[in-house]
Design a protein around this ligand. Structure first.
Ligand SMILES: *[C@@H]1O[C@H](CO)[C@@H](O)[C@H](O)[C@H]1NC(C)=O
Length: 288
């Protein structure tokens, strides 16, 4: 008796499988990870319907529908108001949506949902994030530098980023070592400027000691970067293969002791320089 049930079950499962194989197989979105305000963005939705017939393609931003394509309807396309989303209806269809003049509010998670007609009514979806960013035009600036320091003095500095959106993340380095001790760092609130751009400020506080003067000099550096979520996105997204984007701007402060003797109490700042490093390859190449 049990054996018969088992055969029946296997039969049912095989039946389900054979139906499945002819159905809508997969949906994949291709969404640019980064855009700059004012640009257009091409969102693509690829899918394999198998033997199914397309019923609808729907696009959502953060779960709000903004575009729909239904082949049976007249007109076939419709769009819905969602903040920051401006669909170019002439350039959008069953496989793609073009957004014109993106702005910061366009940032979000974009989902494409494909549904098949009867009898299968199968449905599948896929989503990806897009962030609209404004990179800083200015380098981070180190302030609070005195003309002269002695071993044992407390050094208190500020690093302020250039204006960007989202806010820049700041890191301090002494001799290429990132400072992570909370007691050495002073967090200040993010400051908002006209037009919505923001600056971040991070303080650094430490006592100057001989061990800072490896080879007679000390380098204090502040590095500003944007998009802390980048690496998370990168891992999450198997849809796009993009080069890792790094946008970092640095300010460098070099302090040199006045002699090669590490016991020398007098320390002079020989150079307060701005050191710039632009490492942002290829981000705007996506989709154009
Ligand atoms: C650092 O910035 C904060 C906030 O703007 C300010 O209150 C503080 O005086 C600054 N400190 C130095 C050393 O410039």
């Amino acid at each position: 008796m049990k054996v018969h049930w088992l055969f029946l079950l296997i039969g049912v499962l095989q039946g389900v499988n054979s139906i499945k194989e002819n159905n809508l197989k997969w949906v994949r979105v291709n969404v640019p990870q980064y855009r700059v305000p004012g640009e257009t963005a091409l969102l693509q939705c690829e899918y394999n319907l198998g033997n199914d017939k397309l019923y609808s393609v729907k696009w959502y931003k953060d779960h709000e529908e903004f575009y729909r394509f239904v082949p049976k309807f007249k007109p076939q396309t419709s769009s819905f108001k969602v903040e920051g989303v401006h669909v170019d209806m002439y350039k959008s269809d069953s496989k793609k949506v073009v957004l014109h003049s993106v702005n910061w509010k366009t940032s979000g998670t974009y989902k494409c949902e494909v549904s098949a007609e009867a009898p299968s009514f199968a449905s599948a979806q896929s989503e990806a994030k897009m962030e609209v960013i404004t990179l800083p035009h200015e380098d981070p600036v180190i302030k609070g530098v005195k003309d002269q320091y002695n071993i044992g003095d407390e050094i208190v500095l500020n690093c302020t980023s250039g204006r960007s959106r989202p806010a820049s993340i700041l890191h301090w380095y002494i001799n290429e070592q990132q400072i992570q001790k909370p007691e050495a760092l002073i967090e200040y609130p993010i400051e908002t400027h006209p037009k919505g751009l923001v600056t971040s400020t991070l303080g650094l506080k430490f006592h100057l000691s001989n061990r800072h003067f490896l080879g007679g000099s000390m380098r204090v550096k502040c590095v500003a970067s944007i998009l802390p979520t980048l690496f998370g996105d990168e891992r999450e997204s198997d849809v796009q293969s993009l080069p890792i984007m790094r946008d970092m701007r640095e300010a460098l402060l070099l302090v040199r002791s006045s002699s090669s003797h590490h016991t020398d109490p007098m320390v002079y700042i020989l150079l307060l320089g701005i050191f710039l490093s632009f490492v942002f390859p290829n981000i705007y190449r996506v989709n154009s």
